[in-house]
Design a protein around this ligand. Structure first.
Ligand SMILES: Cc1cc2nc3c(=O)[nH]c(=O)nc-3n(C[C@H](O)[C@H](O)[C@H](O)COP(=O)(O)OP(=O)(O)OC[C@H]3O[C@@H](n4cnc5c(N)ncnc54)[C@H](O)[C@@H]3O)c2cc1C
Length: 382
């Protein structure tokens, strides 16, 4: 990381990064492979994150949180993802929701929901995507119809990170399809409300620790107080957070790629072939040199974009460049690192196979790679 970036980190940021690093390299490192092999949500991981004050990172101190900077959050997530992407992504979804509740919720809704999210006694989830609607988020079709003081929700959400165990659901709904994205509102709902059912966790290429599933709403009646962001505000809020979300994915990629590079570097220093260390073969050296260049470039793009967001500048294009580049070079870079380790690269006694699978998922979350190209090409050509 650039020293100019480091200098802007506060004591609170540095303390959170230190906690995350120690937690990642101990608690998470000892369990991440088990969560993956057992294909289950990292429940005890989330509970432990709460005990390590990693669940209210974007919530002001007055509400019991940490209020770290965006730069600090990126560094926290880089450190956790260096050990496990799934739990890092689970935590970022939760923290983003807690931060949004702290910024936007008022009255009873705020006092009912916020304290549990901050301490981690309740787990949050963000429900935008639907089985038939992903990239074109303005076209969502889960409906909310007003009936006196209450609303009735119907429809199906998909790809809900934390969905298998979430307690608080932030649900994006269409209140009036003639209004398009201006009809989209957001409800904060207790996941045990009658009319809500969950599918089992998805069987994925990897990343099972983040507990992705589908959640259905069938004549689910909720009170008017559950209306978190009124029609017109819901879609705006979802889009406002997207640049930071993309940069944070990029930071998590830097963490995984860093681990791949250090794992492969230490392996090739210790293994011999044809009378020399693998580390002395130029083909091996240059492969790892390429990974190192891409890691350096990813970090520069990531932290430049975070700094722009921190400074309040429009960073849509910077965030798109960072996410597109980092996700691409992370997947190919992890594969290169596994290649120089020979067949041992494919064994699960180190984290690279888990990181390789997770790196595939990073191409879809918070906007597919092609959506980043839409943003970049628009800025070039329109
Ligand atoms: C692990 C994981 C966790 C997730 N967690 C959440 C969550 O917590 N909450 C949530 O709401 N969603 C979540 N998502 C969903 C994610 O946001 C969507 O996958 C993403 O928005 C893309 O939508 P889609 O997969 O339906 O792809 P589609 O929209 O069906 O697109 C398919 C492909 O078409 C191409 N494409 C689409 N549009 C364009 C275009 N305009 N120009 C060029 N090419 C295009 C791209 O190649 C894209 O990959 C998660 C996804 C994953 C994989």
């Amino acid at each position: 990381m650039h020293s100019s970036n480091l200098e802007t980190l506060s004591q609170t940021d540095l303390a959170a990064i230190d906690r995350a690093t120690r937690w990642g390299t101990s608690f998470v490192a000892e369990r991440a492979e088990t969560w993956e092999l057992e294909r289950r949500f990292a429940k005890e991981g989330f509970e432990s994150a709460g005990q390590h004050q990693l669940t209210g990172l974007l919530v002001p101190e007055i509400d019991g949180g940490e209020a770290i900077s965006k730069l600090g959050l990126a560094r926290v997530l880089e450190e956790i993802a260096a050990t496990d992407f799934a739990i890092a992504f689970s935590l970022v979804c939760h923290n983003n929701l807690a931060g949004s509740v702290a910024r936007n919720a008022t009255g009873d809704l705020r006092s009912e929901v916020l304290p549990g999210l901050v301490t981690g006694s309740s787990l949050g989830a963000f429900l935008l995507t639907e089985p038939a609607v992903g990239s074109d988020a303005a076209s969502i079709s889960v409906t909310a119809v007003r009936d006196g003081d209450e609303w009735t929700l119907n429809g199906e959400k998909s790809w809900v990170t934390n969905g298998t165990h979430a307690d608080v659901l932030s649900v994006y709904v269409q209140t009036d399809e003639t209004l398009g994205h201006r009809g989209i509102a957001t409800f904060l709902i207790n996941a045990n409300t009658p009319g809500i059912s969950r599918t089992p966790a998805y069987e994925l290429i990897g990343g099972h620790g983040l507990g992705a599933n589908g959640i259905n709403f069938e004549d689910c009646r909720v009170s008017g107080e559950s209306l978190f962001l009124p029609p017109g505000e819901g879609f705006k809020a979802a889009m406002e957070g997207i640049d930071l979300a993309r940069v944070l994915v990029s930071a998590m990629c830097c963490g995984m790629l860093r681990t791949a590079l250090s794992t492969a570097s230490s392996y090739v220093r210790n293994r011999e072939a044809f009378g020399a260390r693998l580390a002395d073969l130029q083909g091996v050296r240059f492969k790892l040199a390429d990974v190192a260049t891409n890691l350096e470039a990813s970090r520069l793009l990531t932290y430049q974009a975070v700094q722009s967001l921190e400074d309040g500048r429009d960073a849509s294009v910077e965030a798109a460049h960072a996410k597109k580049f980092s996700t691409r070079v992370t997947e190919s870079g992890i594969a290169s690192c596994m290649q120089v380790m020979g067949a041992n690269g494919a064994k699960r006694d180190h984290p690279l196979p888990r990181h390789l699978a997770a790196s595939r998922l990073t191409h879809y979350v918070d906007g597919a790679t092609e959506i980043q190209d839409v943003v970049i090409s628009r800025s070039l050509l329109d």
